[in-house]
Design a protein around this ligand. Structure first.
Ligand SMILES: [Zn+2]
Length: 382
């Protein structure tokens, strides 16, 4: 199922190959997020052209709309959205704890009100696995509790206890044919909790392991720490997935910390704000300095947007709210992040990942927020 092809001698980076019911995924991999059954603003041709090998779908959202009846009648999620490559489904735990109005956390799941119409619903390990089985995803995720990064210690502990108990329940549920199930480890930045949770989840035995409880508003140093705390307890011969991360530079650093799989809404979300991802950092295409810039978003990028349009034109489209502007930025950003991952795999195969990492980080200008968090963390450590 997972083949570890090569490990980088200078870091924990790994080159691997994951085989699923709908095909092979070369790792490290970035998985574009198709929450509602669509990677926002992109069509199938664009996803394929960008080199997408696997996308995400979301249990919570797809179960609410269009609902399982329609997806089943449409022949399952793959056929309904006409995507014949692998799909990973998120369990819905993150959405229940972040979007819905929770009424009650119960032993076997959560009673909550739909964020759409306020109707009373229940989602737990059994329900989540049942939905994911019906959706027919290639990789299903266990139903976990994902507390905010600043949750008090007691809440973190409860989340870990529930996450372990619910993972056990998930493991007992029936699966779709060939469906893999990944366990999720929580525990915030508490070393003891991370260790306890990772060990317990690994002991239950899943096809892969995710590091959850990241991308929940924590500053970058905490995110790196959470991954570093969990990683040593995850088996080397199985895939590791860091949920909901991150910027291009963070992905390079997380690969170096032994992570194989990523997903993030960032490329398409910031595109819709008029921001492009480049190897020198994020660039606002809307900004005045692009007014008469007749070069591409990024020199050397071979995406459709960069091959056909200039920054000046795209800035104009964004300023007059033409849909094409944000579509072209979504095309570029998705292409860019997938190309970074492809470059990582090439360099891992060639044994030159260390140089690639050094150069990439040297040229990448992080956001002000990331910079400030790094300075604060360095000051706290000195
Ligand atoms: Zn481009």
């Amino acid at each position: 199922m997972f083949e570890l092809l090569k490990t980088d001698p200078a870091s924990k980076a790994r080159l691997g190959r994951l085989t699923t019911a709908h095909g092979v995924v070369d790792t490290p991999v970035f998985m574009p997020v198709g929450t509602q059954g669509s990677v926002k603003a992109l069509d199938l041709r664009e996803l394929n052209e960008a080199g997408t090998s696997i996308i995400l779908g979301n249990t919570y959202h797809l179960n609410l709309r269009p609902g399982l009846e329609i997806i089943t009648a449409g022949g399952g999620l793959h056929r309904f959205i006409n995507w014949d490559k692998p799909i990973l489904t998120d369990s819905g735990g993150f959405q229940v704890f972040s979007l819905a109005k929770i009424r009650k956390v119960k032993p076997h799941g959560v009673e909550f009100r739909s964020h759409l119409d306020g109707s009373l619903l229940f989602l737990g390990p059994k329900e989540s696995m049942e939905i994911q089985r019906i959706l027919g995803s290639d990789i299903a995720m266990t139903f976990d509790e994902c507390p905010p990064h600043d949750a008090p210690a007691k809440e973190q502990r409860h989340a870990v206890e529930r996450t372990i108990r619910w993972a056990r329940e998930c493991r007992e549920q029936p699966r779709a044919p060939g469906q893999l199930v990944f366990g999720i480890c929580q525990g915030g930045v508490n070393p003891a909790l991370r260790e306890e949770c990772a060990k317990a989840i690994v002991e239950l035995g899943f096809d892969g392991y995710a590091i959850g409880g990241v991308s929940v508003g924590e500053p970058e140093p905490e995110m790196m720490k959470a991954v570093e705390l969990a990683e040593p307890f995850l088996p080397a011969n199985q895939p590791r997935y860091a949920m909901g991360l991150g910027t291009p530079a963070q992905l390079v650093e997380l690969v170096a910390r032994g992570v194989d799989m990523f997903d993030c809404v960032l490329p398409t979300r910031i595109a819709r704000n008029g921001t492009a991802m480049t190897r020198k950092g994020a660039v606002s295409i809307k900004a005045g300095f692009n007014k008469a810039d007749f070069g591409p978003i990024e020199e050397g990028c071979d995406c459709f947007a960069c091959r056909h349009h200039t920054r000046a034109y795209l800035r104009h489209l964004l300023n007059v709210n033409e849909i094409l502007g944000l579509r072209m930025l979504s095309v570029h950003n998705s292409h860019m992040i997938l190309k970074v991952m492809a470059d990582i795999r090439t360099h891992l195969a060639a044994g030159t990942f260390a140089e690639f990492r050094r150069e990439f980080i040297a040229h990448y200008v992080p956001s002000k927020k990331v910079m400030l968090a790094r300075v604060a963390a360095a000051a706290a450590n000195s």
